[in-house]
Design a protein around this ligand. Sequence first.
Ligand code: HQG
Length: 183
Amino acid sequence: MNKKQRDEISKFLSYVLRHEPHAIGIQLDSNGWANIDELIQGAQKDSRILDRESIQEVVDTNEKKRFSISDDGQRIRAAQGHSTTAVSLQHVEKEPPEFLYHGTATRFMDSINEKGLIPGSRHHVHLSQDEQTAIEVGKRYGKPVVLKIEALQMHQQGFKFFQADNGVWLADHIPINFIQENN
Ligand code: HQG
């Protein structure tokens, strides 16, 4: 497969494994796992031809390690980013580094300055350890802004942080007093 084909499958997998499993008639368990055979059959009804090899290739080459396959090879899940209420992943709680970054767009800043960072439709606020990832994320929504979060200080004050299997940091809410615009 070429990169375009892999990206297309990755987007499809993100859609069904994070947001809309019902779109292809499959169910996720509360840990986010889908049966791979059912997923292939569901995709087929949607005229999308998938096989185990192409799914494996997408999982192995995905630059953000978005998906994992279970040890027995029968199931697949997204590591983070869910909005579907069928899933509530038990992420590992962890002490964060001193700073974490969040990428957003300038047009959201008035609201962020009022409410802090909130999860939107997903289950958590998503944070990264590096600024470059945050810039890329922010660009999806408009003119990017990188916010620097005083993560360790928050943690020391009792706020919980989690890290997904693929390294993405997650939090429930970031109050405004821990957010700086990173210019
Ligand atoms: C914004 C990517 C107004 C927030 C990335 C963001 C990530 C507010 C949007 C993952 C706000 C939600 C998630 C407030 C936050 N007022 N807007 N108070 N608080 N926002 O897509 O973080 O490539 O749900 O800044 O790497 O953009 O998809 O979250 O712009 O890990 O695998 O509300 O997606 O991974 O948007 O992205 P999203 P996100 P993938």
